[in-house]
Design a protein around this ligand. Sequence first.
Ligand SMILES: Nc1ncnc2c1ncn2[C@@H]1O[C@H](COP(=O)(O)OP(=O)(O)OP(=O)(O)O)[C@@H](O)[C@H]1O
Ligand SMILES: [Mg+2]
Length: 337
Amino acid sequence: MKVLGADIGFGYTKASDGKQFQVFKSVVGEANEAQFSETLLPGATVFPRHIQIGNQSFFIGELAEQQSRGRGFTLDQNQFLGQYARTLALAAMAPFVDSGDPVRLVTGLPISFFRKYKEPLTNLLQTRHTIHVVKTGTPEREEKIINIERVRVIPQPFGSMFNLMLSDIGKPASQRFISEKIGIIDVGFRTADYTISEKTRYSERGSQSSDSGIAVAYTAIANALQEKSGVNIELYRLYDGVSKGTIKIKGKRYDLSGIVQHAFQQLATRIAQEVNRLWADDWDIDAIVLTGGGGTALAPFLTPLLEGEVLPMPADQDARLNNVFGYWKYGQHLWGA
Ligand SMILES: Nc1ncnc2c1ncn2[C@@H]1O[C@H](COP(=O)(O)OP(=O)(O)OP(=O)(O)O)[C@@H](O)[C@H]1O
Ligand SMILES: [Mg+2]
């Protein structure tokens, strides 16, 4: 039996078995069979990005982004679960699973979708899935049975909470997170999730999802770029430019630093207003944790606007992985030896 965590985000899909992890863009595309992608994608991932489910063949993540003609990406929860979640989850877990070996999986949903989609997501994943993993650029395919015998779905930000609270063997590691009242702000690609853990209990009143994900800032940046360049850039292709502060479009270089600064400042202001209003009655919060990939990006703008002590996240870690590592630890806590 193996414990896995999988965080199927709107921006990125992450999975871990506690030893290894992978993260790829939540993009699914048609596979084109005559492929030379191995030579076309130097330094590509070690994990497979081409899988077959039934008679459908998919490229996943960056491979889909770069090679698929028809590719899908959505910020709609219904469509996400209906069309992409299963494919993304299976591709994410596949490298960590021995064919047929029982898997127990912890995954999450945004707070606002939690009640409505907990059962459908469990039913979607908790079964035996037969897939074929294709060795990129070759016709070689290997059958793999991903045998998911148990699924536990938790509100997404609790992943980051468990990551701070539990050790690798799923035992309490930090007294602070067990005995205090902690606010968690998880800024992802599409959603920002807010929640409170009071002595590890979930506070309904203090919990809410909003649409204030990084995509809001990226939309503003894409609009500004479209005005200047005439090109409508897909949001999921903006990260490199945003982090470098400059982007090259059709041979011309555009400076992004001013636009990014402005867009991040505005988004941080919006999130701070939402949080400070939501937690107005929770003035006794001991500390606030800022997590998710977007949380790190916004931290310099957001921290001064929050009313409370904001705990710094480890700077050497990719904050996109905080939830999935917590899911895995929680799995250890539930089912580990
Ligand atoms: N190395 C990186 N590559 C890409 N994005 C990164 C990286 N490091 C940080 N980020 C930031 O992380 C954000 C995505 O965060 P995260 O993976 O937590 O979102 P998500 O979980 O997919 O979205 P949601 O929670 O809305 O479903 C990006 O928009 C970007 O701002
Ligand atoms: Mg997320």
